[in-house]
Design a protein around this ligand. Sequence first.
Ligand SMILES: CC(C)(COP(=O)(O)OP(=O)(O)OC[C@H]1O[C@@H](n2cnc3c(N)ncnc32)[C@H](O)[C@@H]1OP(=O)(O)O)[C@@H](O)C(=O)NCCC(=O)NCCS
Length: 151
Amino acid sequence: MEEIVQFRLMTVEDIDQIYKIEISSFTIPWSKEAFFNEMTTNQYAKYVVMELGDTIIGYCGLWIIFDEGHITNIAVLPEYRGRKLGDALLKQVIEFSRSQGIKTLSLEVRLSNEVAQNLYRKYGFKAGGIRKNYYVDNHEDALVMWVNIDE
Ligand SMILES: CC(C)(COP(=O)(O)OP(=O)(O)OC[C@H]1O[C@@H](n2cnc3c(N)ncnc32)[C@H](O)[C@@H]1OP(=O)(O)O)[C@@H](O)C(=O)NCCC(=O)NCCS
């Protein structure tokens, strides 16, 4: 399906919609307050939202520290998954990161999350190590992945 999505930076007005995506996507969801703090007090945080009409259908967070970017979370509303939209969102975030002078991107992903790992590998992310017992709900390990986007 061909879909025209638009991208822009997240604002505090988006938090209610973002929270719906968050609770439908993660077993340890961030609170609305956490997003509010990201928007208002974290000078390193930039969040990209993906919209279809008036509906936010995905978002991706980034912490920018000098020329390094760390992806905090990426999610697409469940009913919109599998339509290349997560792909479009990550591509957009990589382009945005380049425009900010970022040279490397990193992230953590559950070892069991094959879907997300496939997406990251598609954009050149490589396994960089394991963080043991990273997730507090089931003590699952995190795979650290990174990519050089300065090419
Ligand atoms: C991860 C996520 C953002 C991917 O978004 P999506 O819109 O479903 O993915 P897309 O349709 O754009 O697919 C992009 C790539 O992801 C991988 N992928 C997507 N669905 C997949 C599936 N069911 N099985 C295996 N790989 C899959 C493939 O590499 C795919 O590329 P391809 O179609 O060329 O093979 C989405 O599944 C999501 O929100 N998951 C819950 C939150 C989450 O786990 N976030 C990551 C935290 S680290």
